[in-house]
Write a protein that binds this ligand. Sequence first.
Ligand code: ADP
Length: 509
Amino acid sequence: MPTNVYHSQSEKDEKDNSDHRGFELELLSDELLDAMQTGIIFADTDGIIRRINTPALEDLRITGNIVGKNVKDVLKVSNQDKNILPGLLDQLKEGSVNKVELPENTFIETYQKSAHLFVQGQLTRLSGKKSEIVFVFRNVVNEMIRDFMLKMALSSTKIFPWFYDMDRNVMVIDERYFAYTGIPTKDYTMTLEEFSGRLHPEDQPVMAHAFEQQLTGTHYPYPVSFRLLRGDGSWEWFEGQSTYLGQIDGVPYRVVGICMSTQAHKDIESALIAARNKAEQSDRLKSAFLANMSHEIRTPLNAIVGFSNLLTGGEVAVASEEAQTYVNLINTNCNQLLTLISDILDLSRIESETMEYSYSEFSLNSFLTEVYQVHTLTMPQDIDFGLLLPPKGICMVTDPIRLRQIMDNLLTNAEKFTSRGYIHLGYKISEDTKEVELFVEDTGRGIPSDQCDKIFERFYKVDSFVQGAGLGLSICKTIVEQMSGRILVSSRLEKGSRFSVWLPIKTSA
Ligand code: ADP
């Protein structure tokens, strides 16, 4: 019987295939198969092993000959606690697919328990060979460990790796970067334009220069600080650094880099700068304080001592009218000293943050009427002192003692700097009825416009010859701000000033 007689076309195919198979498999030399860095197992779709290369044997730590055995009896390919090998072989056998990739986190375990390794790989049906497959796998344990260690290390930092994809012209950035910054993304990439659009305008030139250098093959190893616009619209400080891997025709093969959030450092830096500035300011204040105080204390004290001596000296008789003048002067100077001492006490309470506030609800009309009445007693005759209250008064919650202190201070200043015209005390309610403006307006000497802010600083006086330590307004400002308000001044030289204290209207209801 001639050897090439077939009973059907399928019988012929089968014969062709098996002839062809033996031929092809033999054609592949051991050297070639072993030179591959991957494990390779040839088998039929039932799983019978035809050939296996040395890397596979070594990775699986198999010593004996396993050709002819069923791969399903030699090893398990597990994913999510299930042996997926029989299913994969069935798929290939049915012919529904020609190739199946091993899913992520797949590991191979031998029944001999000789090996247990994480792998990447695939099973492919050899073309033209319906019943033959090749199972290729790569041991990725070391890669996984490295990857895991890197991920673990990075996860506790705000460092985000990236690389520049020269083919697609995009930066491919660690997905944590997008989660952290809140920048929307579809595929964890950004074009240079998109990235640059998120940089603070002041930081764009240096970053553009760094990228230009790096992408054209001039090594730029220096860190670049930049502010990045986060997804929520806030700015955050980052530092970026990159390098490139290899060059082809002068063009870097790949630019890789990291960017790291430096916001926490910047915050610490600003806190330290603020602390240093505060310490320097305290030092300056101390010197200014000592310089001012010796003068401010001596002047009224000298007056008090001098006039008291005159009154009690007895050598020259003092007329009763003259005596009254001396007593008045002693009184005025005592008051000045008292004001000074209470300002110094307030200043030290502010510094040590021990100033106490006691909030209560009261009628603003009654409150200002009382302030007005007390100041009417000391107001010079030729000043038109007026109280301007809205017809429908309000009640509000704030600290009445501190508010009194502020209004007294503003009125005392107005009296001190106004020699004609009027001084008006009053309040107005804002249109949205959320705030109240308490004001003291005068037609006094006014304040130069470039000094309107400075008068709220400690020890600042427009005219150093005028009595006063220059502390009142700075204390007022601190108190008003503590009460969630603000103090403002508008003034015209030689025309007058208006001091406004804006406070939120809070009621106890
Ligand atoms: P002092 O207690 O010495 O008056 P303040 O802090 O209250 O200090 O005021 C600081 C400076 O602000 C004053 O020395 C004065 O130059 C200026 N100033 C305050 N109020 C008025 C005002 N109503 N008119 C003109 N200048 C004023």
